[in-house]
Design a protein around this ligand. Structure first.
Ligand code: GLC
Length: 441
C-alpha cells in the first residue's frame, strides 16, 4: 500500500452520515432490488410446481394453415420463459413420422411431449414411451367423446389428450356438378353407389380433369380411404374390440376395394397435399380430404370463404373414420409436470379454437363448434360436429402399423389396377398384421 492510496478503514467514514442513515439506505436498496426481482419473476421463474428448464416437443409437420401449432408454442414460450419449448418437426407423411418418433423414443430421453397420430397411442403406451394421465386431472366432458377415446388403450387407460380431431369430407364443385351432371341444385351424392355413378358419368362426358381425387399413395392416407369405403359398403375388417372380422365381410370388402379402383382410376399416388392441389387447380370434380383442405383452398384467411363454387359435406353413407393427433407426455421426461402443463395449454379451449378457426384443424372440444365465427367460416361445421360423434375409430392395436400395411397392400393394387379380387390369404395377412407377425418398416 502506498501513501497515495486512500485508507478505507472504518475511521474514514464521513462523520456526516450516521449509522442509522446507512441502515436506511441499505434497507431501501434491499427493497428496490426485491421489487426489481418481483417485477421480473413472472418472466423467469417457473410456474409453481413446474420443473424449470427447456422442453422438447416432437411432432409431424404442422399441416395447419398459417402453422398455428407452431404459433401456439411461440405463445407458450412468451409466457413460460422458464420452460422454453423446442420443436422437433418431422416429415409430413404419417408413416414416416411414426418411424422417426419410434426411433427417437427407443433411443431414450430427449423428448418431453409427443404429438401422436390417433393410431399410435396403443403402440407407444405398450412400449413404455408414455406417462399415463390421471383421469381425475382431466375435465373429460369438455372433450368430444371419440377423440378422447382415441387417447386410451384397449383397456381404457388414458395416455394423451386430443390436440385436434379429424374427419374425412367430400368436396365438390357446384359449377361442374351443374354443367357435367346436369344437376341444377348441385346436390352432392349421398351414397357411394351414387358417387361412383357420378364419377363414371363424368368420365363418359369426356371431361378432361379428374372426376375424383383422394389419397391413394402407399401410406396411412390410403388405409383411411380404404377403411371409409369398407365402412360405406357395410363391411368391417376389425371389430370394436380389435378382433379381425374381415372373414365375415369379404363381399363388402371386395365391393369397397373395387370402388377404390374405379374412383382412383389413373390417379393412384396422391397424398392430401396433392389432392388439394388437383382440386384447386387441376379441375377435379370431387375430392375426399380432411377439413383443413377447406381453409387451404381459400386464397387467404382474411378473404374468408373459399370459392363459393366449392361444396363440402360428410362422406357418403355416414362412413367417416376418425383422424387427429393427440399430445402425450414422455415417460422419460425429466420435467413431467412442466410437460403436462404444456399439453394442457395446447389442448385448452382457446388453443382448440385457434387451431380450428385459423388453422383448419377441427377442434376436439365441443364449445368451439358453438362459436359463431367458426360456424361462419365453416358452413359445414354442424355436419362435421355430428359426423365426429359417429366417426369410426381405427382399431387400437399395439401393431397398428402392421395391420394398416396388410390392409393397404391389396387396396393399393386395386387402386393401380393390378388386382381385381382379394388375395386368398387376405384375412390371414390382416390377422398376422394385427398380431404383429409381419414386418412393417
Ligand atoms: C390426417 C389424420 C390422421 C391420419 C392421416 C393419414 O393427418 O389426422 O389421423 O392418420 O391424415 O394421412
Amino acid at each position: 500500500m502506498t501513501n497515495a492510496e486512500p485508507h478505507r478503514g472504518d475511521g474514514d467514514l464521513p462523520r456526516a452520515v450516521p449509522w442509522r442513515s446507512y441502515a436506511l439506505i441499505t434497507g431501501m436498496a434491499v427493497v428496490l432490488v426485491a421489487l426489481l426481482i418481483a417485477a421480473a419473476v413472472p418472466f423467469v421463474a417457473p410456474e409453481a410446481g413446474l420443473e424449470p428448464g427447456p422442453l422438447v416437443l416432437i411432432t409431424g409437420r404442422d399441416d395447419s394453415v398459417g402453422r398455428q401449432r407452431i404459433e401456439l408454442v411461440r405463445e407458450w414460450n412468451v409466457i413460460h420463459k422458464a420452460n422454453p419449448v423446442q420443436i422437433v418437426e418431422l416429415p409430413p407423411v404419417a408413416d414416416a413420422q411414426r418411424s422417426e418418433m419410434v426411433a427417437r423414443a427407443q433411443a431414450g430421453g430427449g423428448v418431453d411431449v409427443f404429438n401422436l397420430d390417433v393410431t399410435w397411442t396403443a403402440e407407444f403406451a405398450e412400449a413404455g414411451y408414455l406417462a399415463p394421465i390421471d383421469e381425475r386431472t382431466v375435465e373429460a366432458g369438455d372433450f368430444l367423446g371419440r377423440p378422447l377415446d382415441s387417447c386410451r388403450d384397449a383397456d381404457g387407460r388414458l395416455w394423451a389428450l386430443p390436440f385436434n380431431t379429424d374427419l374425412g369430407l367430400l368436396y365438390y364443385r357446384r359449377d361442374l356438378l351443374q354443367r357435367l351432371l346436369n344437376r341444377p341444385n348441385a346436390d352432392p351424392p349421398r351414397t357411394w353407389n351414387d358417387l361412383q355413378s357420378d364419377v363414371e358419368e363424368i368420365r363418359r362426358t369426356g371431361y378432361r380433369g379428374p372426376a375424383y381425387v383422394g389419397q391413394f399413395d402407399d401410406y396411412e392416407g390410403l388405409t383411411v380411404n380404404a377403411l371409409e369405403l369398407v365402412r360405406g359398403a357395410g363391411g368391417e375388417i376389425v371389430d370394436a374390440g380389435g378382433a379381425v372380422t374381415a372373414g365375415s365381410h369379404l363381399d363388402q370388402i371386395e365391393t369397397a376395394f373395387d370402388r377404390l379402383g374405379v374412383l382412383s382410376f389413373g390417379l393412384e399416388g396422391q397424398t392430401e397435399d396433392e389432392s388439394t392441389e388437383a382440386f384447386r387447380s387441376g379441375g377435379a370434380v370431387f375430392m375426399r380430404n380432411w377439413p383443413r383442405a377447406f381453409l387451404a383452398l381459400s386464397a387467404t384467411r382474411e378473404a374468408g370463404q373459399p370459392d363459393r363454387e366449392i361444396g363440402v359435406t360428410t362422406l357418403p353413407d355416414g362412413s367417416g373414420i376418425l383422424g387427429g393427433q393427440n399430445l402425450a407426455v414422455s415417460s422419460r421426461s425429466e420435467r413431467p409436470r412442466a410437460a403436462r402443463a404444456l399439453v394442457d395449454f395446447l389442448t385448452s379451449d382457446r388453443s382448440a379454437q385457434i387451431l380450428f378457426d385459423r388453422g383448419g384443424l377441427p377442434a376436439a372440444r365441443s364449445v368451439v363448434f358453438e362459436d359463431p365465427e367458426v360456424q361462419r367460416r365453416y358452413p359445414f361445421a354442424a355436419e362435421l360436429r355430428a359426423g365426429l360423434d359417429d366417426a369410426l375409430p381405427r382399431p387400437s392395436l399395439v401393431h397398428y402399423a402392421r395391420f394398416s400395411e396388410a390392409v393397404r397392400q391389396p387396396a393399393r393394387e386395386y387402386a393401380n389396377g393390378s388386382r381385381r379380387s382379394l388375395p386368398p390369404d387376405f384375412v390371414a395377412r390382416v390377422q398376422d398384421g394385427a398380431a404383429g407377425r409381419i414386418a412393417s418398416d
